[in-house]
Design a binder for this molecule. Structure first.
Ligand code: SF4
Ligand code: SF4
Length: 99
């Protein structure tokens, strides 16, 4: 399987898993039970935009030439961190989902 296809399948499986867990928990507000969140190191990030295509929740976006993460809607799956080739995203504890 080509690497890109493999990553797309991985992202789809993650999304299905998250949706199933969310249904089971009876909570449609996924941010409420997010335990980790992605944090970009903008000193390392090259704004290549690669992470945008892998985010299953479409919460990474281009703000002009700068790539940013919107935490509302982010489920903390970590797919963006896994797919950043230069490791500019780390998953950090997210006790307060509003931040
Ligand atoms: S993939 Fe990594 S380097 Fe590229 S925009 Fe995302 S965080 Fe930045
Ligand atoms: S952790 Fe990354 S890939 Fe997952 S929903 Fe949040 S921004 Fe998107």
């Amino acid at each position: 399987m080509a690497a890109d296809t493999q990553k797309e399948v991985q992202a789809m499986l993650y999304q299905e898993l998250i949706l199933a867990l969310r249904d089971r928990a009876g909570d449609s507000d996924s941010e409420r039970w997010r335990v980790v969140r992605p944090v970009m190191d903008k000193g390392r990030c090259t704004d290549c935009g690669a992470c945008i295509e892998f985010c299953p929740m479409a919460t990474i976006f281009a703000d002009g030439a700068v790539i940013r993460i919107r935490y509302e809607g982010c489920i903390g799956c970590g797919i963006c961190a896994v797919n950043c080739r230069i490791h500019a995203i780390t998953m950090e504890p997210s006790p307060d989902w509003h931040n």
